[in-house]
Design a protein around this ligand. Sequence first.
Ligand SMILES: Nc1nc2c(c(=O)[nH]1)N[C@H]1C(S)=C(S)[C@@H](COP(=O)(O)O)O[C@H]1N2
Ligand SMILES: [Mo]
Length: 158
Amino acid sequence: MAEVLTIDGEVARPLKLDAAELAEIAPAYQVPDVSVLDPKRTGRAVRLPGLLERAGVREEAKWLNLHAEADDFHASIPLDAVRERAVVIYSLDGGPLPVKAGGPFRFFIADHAACKTHEIDECANVKFVDRIELSRERGHDNRPHDEAEHAALHERQG
Ligand SMILES: Nc1nc2c(c(=O)[nH]1)N[C@H]1C(S)=C(S)[C@@H](COP(=O)(O)O)O[C@H]1N2
Ligand SMILES: [Mo]
């Protein structure tokens, strides 16, 4: 089964898109090389507004809930704060984005703050994201919230 990214919640048209369908989103929303956003990152990405437009995001949507079923990691962030600078990285060198790069889909916020310094921090760059859920209220978030938890998470990630 192809890997798909679900976009649902406060949207007119819930979507399930695979990498090929993400690549078909209008060129204006494509970022062919994410290193332009962060020199340490590679791959092809699509800007968040391209996804929101396809899904028909509702006015009431205020929070973006990023879910990674693979390792049960979740972040809930205010939509307006990231709308114009968030992307989903979905491909590398013409193939799928590898798991070791956070694939098949990786949420990425340009100019994110350092870990735990803000709601919009590096920890919200959710790897293996399989569902982007729009909501009116803040949703489930299990990002590490103290130094020890965070160190333990990074230890597990290697
Ligand atoms: N699915 C998932 N995404 C995740 C994490 C995680 O444990 N699981 N860790 C987060 C944290 S705490 C950080 S700081 C960044 C690290 O991303 P990097 O390994 O690409 O630098 O990924 C974030 N995304
Ligand atoms: Mo982090």
